[in-house]
Design a protein around this ligand. Structure first.
Ligand SMILES: Cc1ncc(COP(=O)(O)O)c(C=O)c1O
Ligand SMILES: [Zn+2]
Length: 412
């Protein structure tokens, strides 16, 4: 593929040709990043071409994706999700210019469809017939969704604690589901072994260099949807660190292509006990394992698989990291819903909890433009959502009973 210059190791800098390795650095085992011939790409991907491009999905950026053709990819719409101005929610947070990128509007209802679509397209091009993935739930359900109608076998490893809705998606889309008695990290290790043993193509985060490529498309969209402006800050929920490093790559590439003039600051939001990346960023040390325990299953990670790239993204963007408690995450779910009409799953709701904390600490100014990445829909985990709200009233179909509730002032 002429447009790709190298797969470069993030840790040691070693360059690889496209087919030299499928996954990680052959010298040090570090994660790879895809670097393109940006002068070549500039001729095809620029402001003039984009503003007239009618394609409303991630494939409008095909010129800067590691795929030559999308003819065999299912025609479900991945990407070009809405970016809403969230005025009421912004007022509540003390921010005049708040935006919500509603990633729950993707086909499997999470951000992860961006990565799964690109990896699936790539798998088709290199004629892989069995694809595998370890996941807290969303990466897997998106992979199952995108491969559902293809002549391809999809083998999924998830922790037994994965929310039922995500498991339902996996089964409905026809994936083979292996539930692991253990954590996401345990499922990840088993998936690695299975991929090595049976030659299955591994989409797992931090192993497959192409997931970040799908994820960067969200940054491209934000710039276009803000009328080619860069927001001041983007709040990103962080587990493995692949979304935040992908988002950063997207902004950097648009900047390098001359499409935007400046770069935003990225704010990594982690759950209190799943904050390995925040710790590494703040202490300047390597990413170390933590307990990983949190109600926000999608960011429940002990050892982040793309931690180094995530720390670099926060640093290079001159951003910062914030951690939030489970109580703060749960409380944010109805607040986002009532303030912006968007239903967020716990990990996604963490962004708003993080914003509130950052505002309180004086780290965000009221006139800055802020984007919250709401990475997954709330229907993915209704058990957690129900913890954040009261119970409904239960009565017989009788006006008298309703009147009793009214007279007791219960419906006020
Ligand atoms: C809804 C949601 N938000 C955030 C994340 C965190 O992304 P990453 O693990 O790349 O940091 C995930 C990952 O599964 C997710 O599904
Ligand atoms: Zn290396």
């Amino acid at each position: 593929m002429k447009k790709i210059k190298t797969l470069q190791c993030i840790r040691c800098g070693k360059d690889h040709k496209l087919l030299e390795t499928k996954y990680i650095c052959t010298a040090c085992g570090g994660n790879l990043q895809v670097l393109y011939d940006y002068n070549l790409i500039k001729k095809r991907l620029n402001y003039d071409e984009l503003k007239d491009n009618p394609e409303r999905s991630i494939w409008r950026y095909l010129d800067i994706l590691p795929v030559t053709s999308i003819k065999n990819v299912p025609p479900v719409q991945v990407g070009w999700t809405p970016l809403y101005r969230a005025e009421k929610l912004g007022d509540e947070a003390g921010i005049n210019n708040l935006w919500i990128k509603d990633e729950g509007r993707n086909p499997s209802a999470s951000f992860k469809d961006r990565a799964s679509a690109v990896v699936t397209a790539r798998a088709l091009e290199i004629e892989e017939r069995v694809i595998t993935c370890a996941s807290t739930g969303n990466a897997a359900s998106s992979l199952a969704c995108l491969t559902g109608s293809l002549d391809m076998k999809t083998m999924i490893f998830v922790p037994e604690t994965a929310p039922a809705a995500k498991v339902a998606q996996l089964l409905v889309f026809g994936a083979t589901v292996i539930m692991v008695k253990g954590t996401y990290d345990d499922a990840f290790e088993l998936c690695l072994k299975a991929s090595a043993e049976y030659g299955w193509y591994n989409r797992s985060t931090g192993v497959n260099p192409f997931t970040r490529e799908g994820k960067k498309t969200c940054a491209f969209e934000i710039c276009e949807q803000l009328d080619w402006e860069t927001p001041d800050k983007v709040f990103v929920p962080v587990g493995d660190g692949n979304i935040i490093s992908g988002i950063w790559k997207g902004f950097v590439e648009f900047h390098r292509l001359g499409i935007i003039e400046r770069l935003p600051q990225l704010v990594a939001v982690q759950a209190e006990h799943s904050d390995s990346i925040k710790r590494a960023f703040e202490s300047g040390t390597d990413v170390q394992p933590v307990s990983g325990k949190t109600v926000a299953d999608s960011i429940s990670v002990s050892l982040p698989r793309d931690g180094m790239a995530a720390v670099m993204a926060i640093k290079d963007s001159e951003g910062f990291a914030v951690s939030v408690t489970d109580a703060e995450i749960l409380a944010a779910i109805p607040r986002i819903a009532r303030g912006s009409n968007v239903f967020a799953e716990p990990a996604a709701a963490a962004t708003y909890a993080g914003l509130l904390k950052a505002v309180k600490e004086g780290k965000v100014k009221e006139n800055e433009s802020v984007v919250l990445l709401v990475t997954g829909n709330g229907l993915k985990d209704i058990q957690s959502a129900m913890k954040s709200v009261g119970k409904p009233y239960l009565i017989t179909p009788d006006l008298g009973e309703l009147k009793k509730l009214v007279s007791e002032n219960k419906l006020a």
